[in-house]
Design a protein around this ligand. Structure first.
Ligand code: FE2
Length: 455
């Protein structure tokens, strides 16, 4: 019997023999304060990343509120692997490879839906909601062939590990490596914080995702998440325009809610330095903590009362007193707990990346909280917004001009050597390049791991 994990290990072992990047060559691409441009440009390195990073890290798949009823499913990818997340008849959420166990066709074509079971459109093999083979048509031809329907090679195979943490479903294609909670470390507190901002302690996805294709390598988006040197330059025009709009409002006109969302993107270097950046194992990081660019939003009537009634004064103050900005969970996921938004990274090719933005309702909170969440995305994350396209343009410029033979290296030295460590976390001023250096430490670890397939 060949399991999906065994098959993947065989493929990776063959790649390591044939692809032209030894561990020494990969290590030489990352120095303590700079990285070589090939990490963004080389398609072969991209393929290795899909196997060695995305094939070994815990990657976000979806939220279980997207599959509320038995038979509900979504399709997506983990690296290059097509997968289906589906709730089965027992209520369990499964993640299975979207590959027919017969001839290998993609079984489920829709992005989401509900099914009693899955049926391959090619030869009609059917699969139960946990991926196991249900039936094959015209069985007579398999008599005396040693065909065993229970052999997992004929199923839509399960991925190696799945974890559902407060509704957030992550999967790991490898049986080896850290368990989920160890992998997440202090980043897990951000997921807790978003869920605890609900008076019921639960969140749910609302609506479809906001897709945004980026003409860049996936790592450029990820590095930008905690890059606090760019807002006042890259988004400077937005800050200026917002201030001008406020100045020109007729006297006595209330300041629009949109202003308190946009204005912080034009804040000073000092404000971002003061927010600070914190990094941890496995490439994760976040900005802020006590305060962030989200902490000065005006109160929404009824929310505080609902929180105190459910959680009590002390817990409410603790939950709402935590203000992280962009917790980045390497390599696939970033969460804004204070505004109930996640963005998910789906690499497409070495120079193309799909970013999916999802919005959450805090169960039991006034609906105005959700309106603010949607407004935030309309202003910041949407391809038609005032902020996201600024970033998009800079990523595309990097992807284009890193091809220039005038130089080979990308610098990441800002505030190097001026970090402070305590309690397993390392902190620095907000405009430090610390989070990027930390991501490349994880990148090197993943990319040069001599994993079980070589043993
Ligand atoms: Fe930005």
């Amino acid at each position: 019997m060949t399991t999906a994990t065994e098959a993947r290990n065989n493929i990776i072992a063959r790649q390591q023999q044939t692809l032209g990047h030894s561990n020494e060559e990969l290590t030489s691409l990352v120095e303590k304060d700079r990285v070589h441009r090939d990490v963004y440009l080389d398609p072969e390195i991209f393929d290795l990343e899909m196997e060695r990073i995305w094939g070994q890290a815990w990657v976000f798949v979806g939220h279980d509120s997207q599959v509320k009823k038995p038979g509900d499913f979504i399709t997506t990818t983990i690296g290059k692997e097509p997968v289906v997340m589906v709730r089965d008849k027992k209520g369990e959420v499964n993640v299975v490879y979207n590959r027919c166990g017969h001839k290998g066709a993609k079984v489920v074509g829709k992005p989401c839906g509900n099914a009693q079971m899955f049926r391959c459109p090619y030869h009609g093999w059917t699969f139960q909601l946990d991926g196991t083979l249900n039936a094959t048509p015209h069985k007579c031809g398999y008599e005396d062939t040693a065909f065993d329907p229970a052999d997992p090679q004929f199923s839509m195979q399960k991925v190696a590990r799945v974890e559902n943490y407060r509704g957030f479903v992550f999967a790991n294609l490898s049986e080896q490596g850290d368990d989920f909670e160890t992998f997440m470390g202090a980043a897990l507190e951000t997921i807790d914080n978003m869920a605890d901002r609900s008076p019921q302690g639960e969140v749910e996805v609302v609506g479809a995702c906001l897709p945004y294709f980026h003409d860049c390598n996936w790592k450029m988006f990820f590095e930008n998440l905690n890059d606090a040197q760019h807002p006042m330059v890259c988004h400077g025009s937005v800050g200026v325009a917002t201030k001008k709009t406020v100045r020109e409002l007729p006297e006595g006109t209330p300041v629009p809610k949109e202003v308190e969302i946009i204005s912080p993107f034009g804040s000073s270097y000092e404000l971002f330095d003061d927010m600070g950046v914190t990094v941890m194992e496995n490439g994760h990081s976040f900005m802020g903590g006590k305060h962030s660019i989200h902490s000065s939003y005006s109160e929404i009537p009824g929310y505080m009362e609902a929180m105190i009634e459910s959680h009590g004064q002390e817990k409410t103050e603790r939950v709402l007193g935590s203000n992280r900005h962009n917790t980045a969970i390497y390599p696939s996921f970033t969460i804004k707990d204070a505004v109930q938004i996640i963005r998910v990274v789906r690499p497409v090719s070495v120079d193309k990346t799909l970013i999916q933005t999802w919005h959450f309702r805090l169960k039991g909170a006034p609906e105005q909280m959700l309106h603010r969440t949607i407004t935030y995305s309309r202003l910041i994350n949407s391809p038609a917004s005032m902020v996201g396209p600024d970033d998009w343009d800079c990523y595309a410029r990097m992807q284009e001009s890193l091809r220039s033979n005038s130089a080979e290296w990308v610098d990441m030295r800002r505030y190097i050597g001026r970090e402070e460590s305590a309690d397993g976390l390392t902190r620095a001023k907000g405009t430090s390049d610390l989070s990027m250096r930390n991501q490349y430490k994880a990148w090197t670890n993943y990319m040069t791991q001599t994993s079980e397939q070589e043993a």
